[in-house]
Design a protein around this ligand. Sequence first.
Ligand SMILES: [Zn+2]
Length: 233
Amino acid sequence: MDNTEKLHSITVGFPEVQVFVKKSKKAKRVSLRVSGANGNVFLIVPVRVSMQDAENFACEKVGWIRKQLVSKVEKTSVQHGTILPIGGVPHKIIAGYGKKIIFKDRTIIVPFKRKSFNSGLKAFLIELARQRFCERTDYYTKLIGKEYSRINIRDTKSRWGSCSAEGNISYSWRLILAPNSVLDYLVVHEVSHLVEMNHSINFWNEVETLMPNYKEFRSWLKLNGERLHSYQF
Ligand SMILES: [Zn+2]
């Protein structure tokens, strides 16, 4: 079920969910399957059913797909010994002495005796995300000569980022776990909304000007995004 390389895929809903299409001679009706291992979504389409009907079916079920993704994707409870990606690079959480959380050389040293181990580590990562998002947002807004009002860092499952008409930009802190270029793509996406408050062709042109290879990072997010939510603090 996980060999997706040769499969055609479609996207449904917004934020988009990638759905891999599997034509089936045996299947009697269109159905959806969500892999618990990696959150890949498959649309099983009997050969006699048209792609349009199958796509409509997937679009109608997007709410169901999202629920499955949240409940089925394997959860990793974060503790000493857990390998946590930071900027997409695996970091091992190791026990240390002292009071501070230290982040270096592919390790995160979390004090062994710290009572609030999980909430402390989560707060540390949120702060790390805030710093990076502020830095990158400043960089890209200067590049296009626009200004934003404020940056909010959130922990939302429904979206990775948003930009209001007032220029308030929100980001999900969990993107600090993704490769840096994926976090940058989100910044480019939201900053481009300061120019175009929609997802028109002009908007995507703006994104492409700032980041010519943005599609690569957008697909990374579609494919792996759910996994960023699998870490439990
Ligand atoms: Zn957008």
